[in-house]
Ligand binder design. Sequence first.
Ligand code: NAP
Ligand code: GDP
Length: 328
Amino acid sequence: MPATILVTGGTGLVGKAIEWTVEHEAVGSQFGKFADDDQWIYLSSKDGDLRDLKQTMAIFDKYKPTHVIHLAALVGGLFKNMKYKLTFLRDNCLINDNVMWAAKEHGVEKMISCLSTCVFPDKVSYPIDESHVHLGPPHHSNFGYAHGKRLVDVYNHAYNEEFGCNFTSAIPTNIFGPHDNYDLEDSHVIPGLVHKCLLAKKNGTPFTVAGSGTPLRQFIYSRDLAKLFIWQLKEYPEIDPIILSVGEKDEITIKQVAEAIVKAVEFQGEVTWDTSKADGQYKKTASNEKLRKYLPDFEFTPFDKALQESVEWFVQNYDNARTGVKKQ
Ligand code: NAP
Ligand code: GDP
């Protein structure tokens, strides 16, 4: 029987990267299709609102997936998370509850849901590893999103223990790449700053970065993450989550991110810092030791190369990209 893999959130940053990877990797490789006749289905919210159980069940009735990569979520950067804490908690809980129930009811063989390093406690010992998820409250700035996502791990174990379901989760660090949300206000730091820097270059104005620039983050290129998701779907045997991240030594400051963007965009104007804006969590340094045990030789794309590809994609696709800017 050929596999049918349903990717919820298939039109977003990570979903599009999975689609790209499935098209470009060899069939049967660790990061490619299972077989030639697999069917990969990439869902958009236009296929149905996953906050609604009836619509979710109708999607599963229609496609009868054997495997699910569950990415759909209300997603946003620090500033959007600070504004809509209840909406982040409620929408993500509804989506996850419905998708997991539908997967169980339809006998899905394996499902991977996507968490985030925001789930980890704010006060924690470093480096963070998979055993830390439930060891204390998350950072206040995004506690709605974080609690919603943490619950996925609780569900996975409960589904496994009561019904024997093979549901697991991935914990990626900050992601960026083609098809990101390049909104100026509600996006994550890389797409937001790439857009701001290009506008500053075009308008001859300063490039303004929010916060102090001192916070530290680990960034993963969406196309590297896509490979890891496919590997996880095919080979990862655990219910417990796995952190999908570059190494601790690849953690960089927001100031270094801004400098790399200035270089990629070839911006020559003034860079200013709006320190009235929040820094959010100072760091969430995650260990990829578990990932390295499974995939010691996995090669991550160098940050500058991945950033360059993302900037080029955004410039070439500005008219259709998510920018939050009304286009004529
Ligand atoms: P994204 O680009 O914002 O895409 C979100 C996807 O979810 C879109 O396909 C969207 O569909 C779909 N969606 C949202 N609400 C929905 C609803 N109510 N019903 C059905 N579909 C819905 O997000 P992403 O950055 O790819 O994130 C993918 C996953 O990675 C998420 O679970 C996120 O929490 C996690 N994550 C992201 C980051 C990051 O830095 N971006 C970091 C760690 C973890 P439409 O576009 O068609 O509306
Ligand atoms: P986080 O890792 O969940 O906090 O998500 P973000 O991708 O939103 O990164 C937030 C960090 O980048 C904070 O330290 C912000 O102060 C900083 N930052 C600087 N400029 C921007 C910007 O334009 N947008 C966002 N989202 N963050 C910015």
